[in-house]
Design a protein around this ligand. Structure first.
Ligand code: HEM
Length: 572
């Protein structure tokens, strides 16, 4: 056979070129195929949304990365209507009527969410036969795949053991048992017993503000930061009977605020592409290094909660997870009626279920879910009052009237819960602040249950991630009125029927089985602090022409909220 060396060379080169091209083209084809699959395989291709959102979760990842997703979500719903596709398998819903459907007690929507491919049922059944039901090949929406909420489960010990708390657990049965065991601690009827714990922090808070800022023309107070110190110390008092020292020292004790902030930023962004969590925070190598003591992967919140609990309990550090701890029998503080003592009582009733680790998870959940959120709402209350001076005037008038009527019975300027509760305008201010600036700034994701569901007249296959965000729900003009962008507490007082309707869809605390456990506690804090603060100080914006800054890392945190303080009446 004739063969010319030059030709061989040419053939080799073209073979190589062909191989190279195939190697290049195959991944491109795979990638394009993957994008097209994303667009059509989830059965929601007709839901409108930004172009790239249908093809890749990178789209919503970048929106959250930009730190103002709540603003973007409001814009998107204005443009596309009540249903917006945020990702290949993720839909944001802004119709208030959908709250009942998605979050209703018997709705069957849960916090578990798939990130792996969800196959159409027929294809899934077929593949299941082919693979003899092996799950890893036939990914379904059931099971414990990573999701927005599992990203938030953090390591509780160096061995990488994850803490399943009330807020972040995706096991609904476990959640129901946990919540049932401690529901009493959060009940309205226990609030009165918590009052002294709130009062002691409030007294210290006013003492520090007076000493550092009041009546000093050279001193500007970062009220936003101080309200955060306050909220953290209150949660410390309520949970551990131990103020954590934020207010006394005017500083971020043990860097817990900044640590929590970083964690929240991570949860928000990585929660959009949850499988990244396995490469980053829950990377097996990272966990391995932690087990070997090279790094420490334990969550700062868990470390913080553990160290606060250690003075009340012995043997916490040494025992492996799951073994009971012993209460220090000589420590009378265990009898205090704070959250920890209530959780421990639940442990006495059912030691097999309420293990030390679960008590730790409950105390951590309080710190995680109850500090930043309350600080954010308190900031919103004061900021909007100061930006809308007529509302501040109306609230001051109500407080002055209560003063004249002898409603307030304490010798200091603090206000009892029952007294504050009798102030309707105060209630309206709090509700309006919760409406206009909800703490949680992302859709609260849930998974459409078996059989699929109809939302806003559209069918969604089982496994679709759907969620409402308070930021879009609260801008529904049908429910809240045409002036949704205006801070107007009066809307809550004008018409009782309308107010009841608004109350029904106020979504700041979520809804249904996973609604905020600490809602009553946060009302207790807000109802007590706001009138007491206004009775103690005159407050003015230091820079009335400036706006605060917002940063949405799951919770929409405000900064640059500066005020001047003047003491009212006689100093205490
Ligand atoms: C104004 C203050 C607060 C706001 C706006 C708020 C908001 C929320 C929201 C939106 C959820 C539901 C999250 C979801 O569905 O994914 C939630 C859950 C939760 N919150 Fe709050 N919260 C506040 C204060 C508190 C306080 C003070 C505590 C503790 C004392 C607390 C403890 C919890 C817990 C334990 C959960 C999980 C409930 C469950 O899944 O059963 N929160 N909160």
């Amino acid at each position: 056979m004739f063969s010319h060396p030059g030709f061989d060379h040419v053939n080799d080169e073209s073979m190589l070129d062909a191989h190279g091209s195939v190697l290049l083209i195959l991944p491109i084809l795979g990638f394009v195929g993957h994008l097209i699959y994303n667009k059509y395989a989830y059965g929601i291709s007709s839901i409108p949304g930004p172009f790239f959102a249908a093809y890749t979760d990178l789209s919503r990842f970048l929106v959250v990365w930009g730190r103002r997703p709540e603003r973007r979500h409001v814009e998107l719903h204005k443009r596309y209507g009540p249903l917006v596709r945020l990702g290949p398998n993720c839909v944001s819903v802004s119709d208030p009527a959908a709250i009942k459907t998605i979050y209703g007690l018997a709705s069957g929507y849960v916090k578990v969410g798939p990130t792996q491919r969800r196959l159409q049922p027929s294809l899934s059944r077929h593949l299941s036969k082919m693979t003899k039901g092996r799950r890893w090949l036939t990914t379904s929406y059931e099971g414990k795949q990573s999701s927005f909420y599992t990203v938030q489960q953090q390591a509780v010990s160096r061995d990488g053991h994850l803490l399943q708390g009330m807020f972040n657990t995706t096991d609904e049965q476990y959640h129901a048992m946990l919540r049932r065991a401690v529901n009493n601690a959060y009940a309205m009827s226990t609030l009165v017993q918590f009052e002294p714990l709130v009062d002691s922090t409030t007294t210290e808070f006013f003492k520090q503000l007076t000493r550092r800022y009041a009546d000093r023309s050279d001193q500007i107070c970062d009220l936003g930061e101080w309200l955060q110190f306050y909220a953290f110390d209150v949660i410390g008092e309520l949970t551990f009977s131990k103020r954590l020292g934020f207010v006394e020292h005017g500083t971020d004790v043990d860097d817990i605020i900044s640590n929590l902030e970083s964690a929240l930023g991570y949860f928000a962004v990585i929660g959009q592409i949850p499988m990244l969590d396995k490469l980053l925070m829950k990377n097996p190598i990272r966990m391995y290094l932690s087990r070997w003591g090279v790094i420490n992967a334990t969550s700062p919140v868990a470390v913080f909660a553990k160290s606060r609990m250690s003075s009340r309990l012995t043997g916490l550090e040494e025992k492996p997870p799951g073994t009971p701890w012993t209460k220090s029998s000589t420590d009378t503080s265990t009898r205090r009626r704070d959250f920890l003592s209530r959780f421990l009582e639940a442990g006495d009733k059912d030691p097999a279920f309420m293990t030390p680790e679960r008590v730790l998870s409950l105390t951590s959940a309080n710190v995680f879910a109850g500090s930043d959120t309350t600080a954010i709402t308190l900031r919103a209350i004061f900021y909007y009052l100061l930006k809308n001076l007529h509302t501040l005037g109306a609230l001051r008038k109500e407080i002055a009237q209560a003063e004249t009527d002898g409603v307030f019975t304490r010798d200091d300027k603090l206000v009892r819960w029952a007294e504050a509760n009798s102030l309707p305008y105060l209630g309206a201010v709090i509700k309006e602040s919760l409406r206009i600036h909800p703490a949680a700034g992302l859709p609260l994701e849930r998974v459409v249950p078996h059989g699929g569901a109809t939302i806003c007249g559209r069918f969604f296959p089982a496994g679709t991630i759907v969620g409402c965000s308070a930021w879009t729900i609260h801008r529904d003009r049908g429910v809240f009125g045409e002036d949704v962008d205006v801070f107007r507490p009066e809307r809550w007082l004008e018409d009782p029927v309308r107010a009841a309707e608004m109350n029904q869809v106020l979504f700041s605390f979520g809804a249904g089985a996973r609604t905020c456990a600490g809602k009553n506690i946060s009302y207790l804090e807000m109802y007590k602090l706001v009138p007491a603060m206004l009775r103690t100080f005159d407050i003015q914006l230091a820079y009335p022409e400036r706006e605060w800054k917002l940063d949405n890392r799951w919770f929409v945190k405000q900064s640059e909220f500066y005020v001047r303080l003047t003491t009212r009446g006689t100093r205490r």
